[in-house]
Write a protein that binds this ligand. Structure first.
Ligand SMILES: O=C(O)COP(=O)(O)O
Ligand SMILES: [Mg+2]
Length: 233
């Protein structure tokens, strides 16, 4: 099938994809420059579990087409904010979940929508009661609690609807909370430092880790050499 390479949307994770742990997730100027250049010609969306206030600190100067944050709960696009969950999350479900977490004496923090629990990735059984009211998403050893039906893939599909985008989606990620991104992608890219399970299902694994891996993909698209790599059905 002939691909309209003008209609490309790269949906990229942030932690350990655009930015690496060694730099405390502060994005490098080389990656900022490439993403900003790319976003002038194609669509580039940052899709992260993080809150906007942290992205503002860590990704200074980054100008993607849109931000899909709190793991798909919020879209920041065209100077507007879209909240992708029902009122019942705030009025009932999140309150119930916080009660359970307080009983577990768990340490948590609350975003605009999401609840972050540090160090519970390996103790998920303690959180099973929560699944009546929300869904748990793991990212390495951290767990996030989201409204049911919300994940990174749902966030990107909502963005497609908002913008009427009809082209190809290239997802780039590194860990468990990027499965949802891969689910809705035409091409799945794992950065070199991704967990093995993500690499296994990827169409492409980059040579370089983190942001330089993303730059590798963006350069291939910009130079018109990307489509040759994978036969997209
Ligand atoms: O887990 C987080 O808070 C952020 O992680 P992500 O950017 O890899 O989704
Ligand atoms: Mg990540």
């Amino acid at each position: 099938m002939d691909i309209d390479w003008n209609e490309i949307l790269v949906a990229s994770d942030y932690d350990r994809t655009l930015a690496n742990e060694e730099s405390n997730f502060v994005i490098s100027p080389i990656v900022v420059q490439k993403v900003n250049e790319f976003s002038k010609k194609y669509k580039f969306v940052v899709v992260s579990g993080r809150e906007k206030k942290f992205m503002d600190k860590l990704a200074v100067g980054l100008r993607p087409t849109a931000w899909i944050l709190e793991n798909g709960s919020l879209i920041f696009f065209d100077n507007k904010e879209f909240v992708l969950c029902e009122k019942s999350w705030f009025e009932r479900d999140r309150k119930k979940i916080i009660e359970i977490l307080d009983n577990l004496k768990a340490k948590y923090s609350i975003g605009r929508v999401i609840i972050y629990i540090d160090g519970y990735g390996s103790k998920l059984d303690m959180l099973r009661d929560i699944e009546k009211y929300g869904r748990i998403e793991v990212n390495r050893n951290d767990a996030m609690i989201l409204p049911k039906g919300v994940d990174k893939g749902v966030g990107v599909l909502k963005f497609k609807e908002l913008t009427g985008f009809k082209g190809k989606i290239i997802a780039v990620g590194d860990s468990e909370n990027d499965y949802a991104l891969f689910r809705i992608a035409d091409i799945k890219v794992a950065v070199a430092n991704a967990i093995p399970q993500i690499k296994e299902i990827a169409d492409i694994v980059t040579e370089k880790p983190n942001g330089l891996g993303v730059v590798e993909i963006l350069d291939k698209i910009l130079s018109g050499n990307f489509g040759k790599e994978v036969d997209i059905h």
